[in-house]
Write a protein that binds this ligand. Structure first.
Ligand SMILES: Cc1ncc(COP(=O)(O)O)c(C=O)c1O
Length: 381
């Protein structure tokens, strides 16, 4: 059911106009304000479909690598033969050099670092609305004006409009592909063309956190472009398909000169932010293609079941290519996420472009069957 809220009221209600992107999008990512509201350990029956995590645990090879590393955990990674070349190992996997890659404690750290590094008076950020909140929130906080270009009627990112939105003060363009929270993606050809055009004018950063959930040839990364163009950056994370969210490791790939500059503003004196255990797990996980394939297949099955079930309920979800699904809540009265919490299901609800939406992460098939069961029993809008 279409919402009756008009755009002007929506601006007032969501505080977008006065407080910026960060607040209205905050609830779609990890809660940045202290501990989670729920003690997951004490509520074993809670189904957590809130943070686009991998419900299948980490690769057994990564688990073994952590165990094997424990006796060496008193050492710094640069003193350990097995770890000192971690950056090279990860870089090689993507066909780039160690000098093209900067490892960070989760890609969230890169999303915070890059706008700070590029900041200048009167600078602006061009991004999409809606999109992942971290980078736009940082940019807003440190003084950028944020030009968030609404997604198109197909809910995909509007690249031509984003290209037109770039002006002389644009310091950074941030594209999440596939996009969170819409779950849509852009074809590699369109992305390449956009990156090359936009990079003639400013820095373009592509967040590929969910790209591993796409099938070939649509999963083609922009990494090769980034390695050769100092105005293109790609961020990746081990938090999603690898399932290492709690271990905190991500990275940014760019030209040698750009990475050197970023490196100079990042932990230059204190060596490295990533733990030995995390590095060992990430390198082992990279070698475990089989685990990633299984995660991808199980995710696709649970996602397709959920999409089909929501469609049967006439809920009109956006076709997702990721591990989460966005569907409109129509005229639902109240806070849908709070209501679902009373049913022991943790998910997100929010208002975007004048409509109320629910974002549900794709859990295991059992979890999604539970979710659909609760929806069938309680949905009345
Ligand atoms: C699009 C996107 N980028 C980056 C991240 C951050 O991931 P991490 O900091 O765990 O690497 C997330 C987390 O949900 C995300 O959705």
């Amino acid at each position: 059911m279409p919402s009756t809220i008009n755009r002007r009221n929506w601006f007032k209600q969501t505080s977008f106009a006065t407080l910026g992107l960060g607040l209205s999008m905050r609830s779609f990512a990890h809660d940045t304000e202290g501990l989670p509201k729920t003690n997951f350990d004490s509520q074993k029956s809670l189904i957590n479909l809130s943070s686009n995590e991998n419900p299948y645990s980490i690769s057994p090879k990564a688990k073994q690598a952590i165990i094997d590393m424990i006796p060496w955990a008193s050492r710094y990674s640069f003193n350990l033969d097995g770890l000192k070349d971690a950056r090279t190992t990860i870089a090689k996997y993507y066909g780039v050099a160690a000098e093209n890659i900067l490892l960070t404690a989760g890609s969230g750290e890169v999303l915070d670092l890059v706008p700070r590094f590029l900041n200048k008076p009167n600078g602006n950020l061009v991004t999409a609305d809606p999109t992942f909140f971290v980078l736009p929130a940082t940019a807003k906080k440190i003084g950028y004006s944020v030009n968030a270009v609404p997604v198109g009627s197909d809910r995909g990112l509007n690249l031509p409009a984003m290209l037109s939105a770039i002006n002389n003060d644009t310091q950074l363009v941030y594209i999440v592909n596939p996009n969170n929270p819409t779950g849509t993606y852009l074809k590699p050809g369109a992305m390449k063309q956009f990156c090359e055009e936009a990079a003639k004018k400013t820095v373009v950063m592509i967040d590929e956190a969910y790209i591993d959930f796409l099938d070939a040839p649509d999963n083609e990364s922009m990494i090769p472009l980034a390695a050769n163009n100092s105005n293109i950056l790609v961020t990746r994370t081990f938090s999603k398909i690898h399932g290492l969210a709690g271990l905190r490791i991500g990275y940014v790939i760019g030209s040698e000169s750009r990475i050197k500059e970023l490196e100079q503003s990042y932990f230059t004196e204190s060596q490295i932010a990533i733990s030995d255990l995390t590095l060992a797990a990430a390198m082992a996980s990279l070698q475990d293609e089989e685990h990633r394939l299984q995660v991808k297949q199980k995710n696709a099955a649970a996602r397709d079941y959920t999409l089909k079930s929501l469609r049967e309920m006439k809920l009109n979800p956006i076709t997702s290519y990721t591990n989460f699904i966005l569907f409109p809540l129509g005229n639902y009265d109240g806070n849908f996420a709070d209501f679902m919490m009373t049913k022991n299901i943790h998910l997100r609800s929010n208002t975007y472009l004048g409509e109320k939406w629910c974002r549900v992460s794709v859990g295991t098939m059992d979890e999604m069957q539970q979710f659909i069961k609760v929806m069938k029993e309680t949905w009345k809008a």
